[in-house]
Design a protein around this ligand. Structure first.
Ligand SMILES: *[C@@H]1O[C@H](CO)[C@@H](O)[C@H](O)[C@H]1NC(C)=O
Ligand SMILES: *[C@@H]1O[C@H](CO)[C@@H](O)[C@H](O)[C@H]1NC(C)=O
Ligand SMILES: *[C@@H]1O[C@H](CO)[C@@H](O)[C@H](O)[C@H]1NC(C)=O
Ligand SMILES: *[C@@H]1O[C@H](CO)[C@@H](O)[C@H](O)[C@H]1NC(C)=O
Ligand SMILES: *[C@@H]1O[C@H](CO)[C@@H](O)[C@H](O)[C@H]1NC(C)=O
Ligand SMILES: *[C@@H]1O[C@H](CO)[C@@H](O)[C@H](O)[C@H]1NC(C)=O
Ligand SMILES: *[C@@H]1O[C@H](CO)[C@@H](O)[C@H](O)[C@H]1NC(C)=O
Ligand SMILES: *[C@@H]1O[C@H](CO)[C@@H](O)[C@H](O)[C@H]1NC(C)=O
Ligand SMILES: *[C@@H]1O[C@H](CO)[C@@H](O)[C@H](O)[C@H]1NC(C)=O
Length: 409
């Protein structure tokens, strides 16, 4: 009795799986062990023919599958050319879907060859997931070279996760995105680990990972070499942990920029630990525009090593990359920022720069056990301080005179 019930259930299950994957091109041998291999849906993987449609068919089948934990598989040994593509998790049956990417995925080489009627602001997107694992030994290459030379771009993100929760990304390599490599937007409970991100140091706006309107995000055990921020954190983001990161070349780890054009923007509860900077322009940086509102607070940077970053520690409330900004009275408030156990060399004399707003000074900035040395002339290492208040403890070199020396906090 029990056995026949199970058998019936199994049969039903198979039936549903079969109906669910009716969009597949070949219907042989596909759903054994719940794996939806793009090759079985007609993907060629020669790096020339557009495989987007076959990926979409395989995805529809995986998403419609009644398997509790379906796997969408991009097998190794082949190169798949994809046009902009969005995976939507909204109507999937499972809340534990795996995208196993072991092959190489590339974008069209020429920007004009991108085929995107509706959504051109990312290449590969994931929307509306609750329970997604994106993992594997594969490489995702945005072929950004031609994009980097264009002056007018439309914020082309390489890999975007939006409106999702419980997502982890593990093991993959991301290369040469047109602009930012990975973006987390309006998402929560995200874990990125063991990623490799690489683009040339001269490639413009190729942030490694950008976090926006997202909470409870952790990024760890990753290597990021790029032409812009290794990691950047924008508005409405909090409870962010970043640890065990090799960063550089690149612009370091940045909070902001916040408050552009008088906007209100907020970032808080960020913990950055154990990061090594290799020849980056900044190490850890908080940047805000004049005239903004909101806050950046409760942020801790600890256990860092700088090898020749231009400025290892920066707060810049006069951020203005285009050099046409007026000083204004309002500013994003910066407070409760802790720096602890930060060593290494700087490429410029000023190893620590705290440029805070005149009208809204930085409050409760604390430094403990800092030892930074100007690589060309150790005795000339210096710091710059404007409108910053707080305490320093233990050895802080270069001395940061605006912070009061304390024996303990
Ligand atoms: C989710 O799927 C993965 C991979 O298929 C599997 O190892 C894991 O046990 C599943 N988790 C749950 C909670 O079902
Ligand atoms: C961040 O780290 C803290 C302390 O280790 C931990 O309690 C918290 O859960 C972590 N948050 C995330 C999103 O990983
Ligand atoms: C996010 O992290 C905070 C602080 O660790 C915690 O209080 C909160 O419950 C977490 N949110 C979710 C959705 O887990
Ligand atoms: C990251 O690496 C550290 C040190 O090797 C290890 O202890 C930790 O478990 C790793 N974290 C993850 C999430 O893999
Ligand atoms: C610090 O990060 C490096 C990788 O950058 C890792 O090898 C090391 O184990 C980490 N140390 C700790 C204490 O987690
Ligand atoms: C930033 O986040 C705050 C708080 O959630 C919100 O009120 C504000 O409108 C956001 N600013 C922008 C520019 O989106
Ligand atoms: C910085 O140097 C001090 C003193 O040599 C050492 O104890 C500490 O571990 C170093 N910190 C890092 C992050 O390497
Ligand atoms: C804005 O104020 C800062 C700090 O007082 C000053 O260094 C800078 O020259 C001012 N910039 C302009 C454009 O007035
Ligand atoms: C200063 O900031 C630290 C976190 O860096 C926080 O623990 C402490 O309570 C703050 N002190 C005040 C007086 O706000």
């Amino acid at each position: 009795m029990a056995t026949s019930k199970i058998l019936l259930l199994l049969l039903l299950n198979q039936c549903i799986v079969f109906i669910g994957s009716s969009r597949q091109l070949k219907n042989t041998n596909i759903n054994i062990d719940n794996t939806f291999n793009v090759i079985n849906f007609g993907a060629i993987g020669d790096g020339q023919k557009d495989d987007s449609k076959m990926f979409k068919h395989a995805w529809d089948a995986a998403c419609d599958s009644s398997a509790p934990s379906p796997t969408f598989l991009v097998p190794r040994g082949k190169t798949y050319l994809l046009q902009p593509l969005t995976f939507n998790g909204k109507h999937c049956n499972s809340n534990n879907i795996t995208l196993q990417i072991d092959g190489r995925i590339i974008a069209p080489t020429k920007p004009s060859a991108w085929d995107c009627e509706t959504n051109c602001n990312h290449w590969i997107g994931f929307e509306n997931f609750d329970g997604l694992h994106v993992q594997g030994s594969g490489t995702i290459n945005g072929q950004g070279d031609k994009w980097w030379k264009l002056s007018c771009k439309d914020n082309e993100k390489g890999f975007m996760i939006g409106h999702s929760k419980n997502v982890d990304i593990k093991g993959l390599t991301f290369e040469d995105s047109p602009q930012m490599h990975i973006a987390f937007e309006s998402s929560t409970l995200i874990h990125a680990t063991e990623l490799t991100i690489r683009a040339p140091g001269h490639s413009p706006n190729t942030d490694g990972i950008h976090i926006q309107r997202s909470t409870n995000v952790s990024i760890d055990n990753s290597t990021i070499q790029t032409g812009d921020d290794c990691i950047s954190i924008g508005n409405e983001s909090k409870y962010i942990n970043i640890s065990n990161i090799e960063c550089g070349p690149g612009h370091g780890i940045s909070i902001g920029s916040l408050g552009i054009m008088g906007k209100t923007e907020e970032v808080e509860f960020v913990h950055v630990r154990n990061v090594t900077f290799h020849g980056t322009t900044n190490g850890v940086r908080i940047k805000t525009w004049q005239g903004g509102h909101g806050h950046a607070r409760n942020i801790k940077f600890e256990d860092m090593t700088s090898y020749s970053s231009t400025r290892p520690i920066v707060i810049d409330q006069y951020y203005c990359p285009h050099k046409q900004c007026k000083n204004q009275t309002s500013a994003v408030e910066i407070s409760n920022i802790a720096y602890e156990n930060i060593n290494g060399t700087s490429h410029k004399e000023i190893a620590v720069q705290l440029s805070c707003s005149e009208s809204v000074p930085c409050k409760n900035i604390t430094m403990k056990d800092i030892n930074l040395i100007y690589e060309k002339h150790k005795d000339k290492t210096s710091s710059y301080c404007l409108n910053a208040r707080g305490l320093r403890n233990g050895r802080v070199h270069p001395s940061v005179s605006c912070l009061q020396q304390e024996d303990s906090f």
